[in-house]
Structures are given as C-alpha cells and as structure tokens.
Design a binder for this molecule. Sequence first.
Ligand SMILES: Nc1ncnc2c1ncn2[C@@H]1O[C@H](COP(=O)(O)OP(=O)(O)OP(=O)(O)O)[C@@H](O)[C@H]1O
Length: 343
Amino acid sequence: MMHNQPSLLHTTSLSVGYIRSNKPGMPILQNLDLNLHPGQLVCLLGANGTGKSTLIRTLAGLQQPVSGEIFIGETNLKTIKPELLAKKLSVVLTEKPDHNNLTVRELVTIGRTPHTGWFGTLKKKDDEKIQYAMEMAGAGAFAARRLHELSDGERQKVMLARALAQDTDMILLDEPTAHLDIPNRVEMMYLLHALARKTNKAILLSTHELDLALQIADRLWLIDKAKQLTSGTPEDLVLNGTFGNAFTKIGLHFDPLKGTFGLQPPAYGLHIFVTGDPVPVHWTVHALSKENIGRSTEHTHRYSITVENKTGEFTWILKWNEVVTTHRSIESLVEEVKKMRTR
Ligand SMILES: Nc1ncnc2c1ncn2[C@@H]1O[C@H](COP(=O)(O)OP(=O)(O)OP(=O)(O)O)[C@@H](O)[C@H]1O
C-alpha cells in the first residue's frame, strides 16, 4: 500500500525482549523495521508467547528495547518529553487498573490530563471530549459506577474510553477484545476501524481473533512460528500462504476461500457429492465433516445428497447406491448416512 502521509511511528532494526542484569539482552523479536501510518488499523497476530505484549509495551515506551531505535514522528523515543509522548500515543494494556475506587468518569478524566495538566481545570471542550469518549467506547451507561463494580468487559470499554479522551495520534491496545462477548468483540473491532478512518489516527491492536482481524485490518503484523514478523495486507498474506502457515497445526487446516481454520478434511475415505443452495449445502458439509466425511465434486459419485428448498423448508434427498431416502433435518440425514456406512 502506498502512503502519502509520513509515518507516525517507525522503528529501525528494533529488537524487543527482556534485559536481565549482568546478562546480555534476550531478544524475542529481532530486526523489526515497522511503520504506523495515519488512518490505518493494524492487527498484531501471533500464537501465545510470541511477543505481542512485549512489542506493544516497547513501542509505548514502557520497556527498553534490547537494541535498535523507535521514532515518534522524527523524534527518537529515548529523547521525547513525557508530556509530548502523552499527546502522541496512548496505550491500553490488559492489566487491571490500580484506581479501583474511582468512578468511570473520574478515570476517563485522568486520560485527559496531558491536555489539562494535573491541576488543570476542565474546560467545556475537555468535558465534551470526556463525554464523547465514553459514548464512543460504549461506557456512557456506567459513567457513575466505580471500577471495582464493573465486569471485565465493561472495564475494557472504560480503558478504551480513557485512551480516546487522551485524544492521541496513535492508540496501541493489547488484546482489547479479550473479555468481550462475541457481539461486543465485533462492535469493538469495527469501532476501532471506523475511528482510524474518521479521525486519521493510527491504531495498533494485538488479538487472537484471526477471522475478525482478516475482515477489518488494513495491515497485519504477523508473527510466525519462527518468530519472524511479516507486515502486509491481510489479503496478500492469505494469498501467499504466510497467514495459514503461521497458525497451522498438525490436523488443522486453513481454508483460504473462507478465511477460517478447521479440521483437515479427509483426503481419503468416504466422500459424498452434495448439491443445492450454498447455505444449506455449507451446513450439510459442516455436519458431515464431524463424521469424517468429505465433499466430493464428482457428479457421477455413488453417494449424493441433494438439498431442495421448497417454500422455505429444506428437504435432503440422500442417494446411497440405489437406495433413496428423504430427510427433513441434517440430524436425520446424518443418522441415515451413519447407518448406511456401517452396513
Ligand atoms: N517480565 C518478563 N521477563 C522475562 N520474560 C518475559 C517477561 N514477560 C514475558 N516474558 C516472556 O516473553 C515471551 C513473550 O511474552 P508476551 O507476553 O510478549 O507474549 P504474547 O505474544 O503477548 O503472548 P499471549 O498471546 O499469550 O498474550 C514469553 O516467552 C514470555 O514468557
């Protein structure tokens, strides 16, 4: 992707890891030349323990790099004044906040400090930003509650609201969807994407939500099993196999057509020809795969299933050699297939 706007953050030969006293640094990820551009949502993906949190903490200036440099705009992170950094970059980590007795509104107001100063008076504009941040993050409904009274998912929204109130060019988030239920996960990811587009912020988030990341990320930073980080669009990384390879385990298979992981379809053994509308066919094949039965593409196959859809009701017609049976549910169909198979 071409970028007309200069990067908000870049790294040169960055290695991240843990520096132990009297011992050489233990790099986890090495030789990183990364860029964050305005208006982009970047998803950082990798298996457990590959260094996602370590990288985010290092980019946010919360821990020292093992070697290499990080630049915020043109300024080296080592020399940037904390007040300026707080206006450029906000970070949302997974740790629980220590200010458990504060109300949500009070915590989000702390996010505004870089603009008001610790003893600064809140101007009308700050109040508006705080209110807006809480509403954007979906935390408005519990603004008056104390942090210790919130669920993990509610607290996560509040931490996002605090970062939004800080109103920085860049937001870095470590697993922002970890405690959310599925509708809230989808909503959070779309919210962050819309935010990047609307406000021209750069947003970097680490996640284990592979399918969501494929759908909404402008760019992936993908850490593979060899601890190499590859940066590219989701589409390119799927097409060139990097994405599938990074997560494939023995027996697990990445389907590049659907963008999902599943059990490896059987290469040999029973296959049935399935035909009909794509949706019922999909769920029929889905159920058969649990019985280790694959889908055949051969019309002349000895076994076939035809899904008919008359007036909104599905009927499955199973042909097993010469025997034809009709079914009103996938459950009944699969039972029949299992019976036939053991004959
Ligand atoms: N304080 C520390 N000192 C030494 N090693 C650490 C420290 N914190 C983490 N590590 C190690 O660094 C590696 C990377 O950890 P990190 O938390 O960055 O991984 P991650 O990709 O965020 O994992 P997850 O997906 O499980 O959250 C791990 O092997 C971990 O054991």
